[in-house]
Design a protein around this ligand. Structure first.
Ligand code: SF4
Ligand code: SF4
Length: 140
């Protein structure tokens, strides 16, 4: 599992990130009902490390397959606990992970590995590993 966290547990993009994340990769341990992501931070990457042409060549590197209690425990350090708690009482945009993205071929990419899209959509409904997911919002 990849992580975009810094040593203090905060993500560079977490502070001030306004991008909404919709994700259909329900096998992920961070996935929450309503196609939302309960991770505190996600890390979007290029699968091949070369030029990105299509959305399918990107991945959510934070994806982790939900495989019982042990996977949930190992993912616990990257959970938006505050957002989860508020979400239980008031459904809305509380679950909004910080995003770091190294796909600099994307038109929404900005210096500092930031994503300037208003919203992104992560694909990978039947994903079992990171490369099965992708940022469907990628655009050259
Ligand atoms: S695949 Fe990525 S965006 Fe989707 S729930 Fe998992 S960590 Fe969040
Ligand atoms: S929209 Fe582009 S910059 Fe934003 S996360 Fe997806 S690939 Fe990265």
């Amino acid at each position: 599992m990849g992580t975009a966290e810094k040593e203090n547990g905060k993500n560079e993009a977490e502070e001030g990130n306004e991008t909404t994340v919709k994700c259909v990769a329900s096998p992920c341990v961070h996935w929450a009902p309503g196609d939302r992501c309960g991770a505190a931070a996600i890390d979007v990457r290029d699968e091949k490390g070369t030029k990105t042409i299509k959305p399918e060549e990107t991945e959510c590197h934070t994806f982790a397959l939900r495989e019982g209690l042990s996977s949930m425990v190992s993912a616990a350090d990257n959970v938006n606990w505050g957002g989860m708690a508020v979400e239980m009482f008031k459904s809305g945009q509380q679950l909004k992970p910080g995003i770091t993205c190294s796909v600099d071929d994307c038109k929404y990419w900005a210096t500092g590995n930031q994503c300037h899209a208003e919203a992104i959509e992560v694909a990978g409904r039947d994903a079992s590993q990171c490369p099965d997911t992708s940022c469907a919002t990628f655009e050259r």
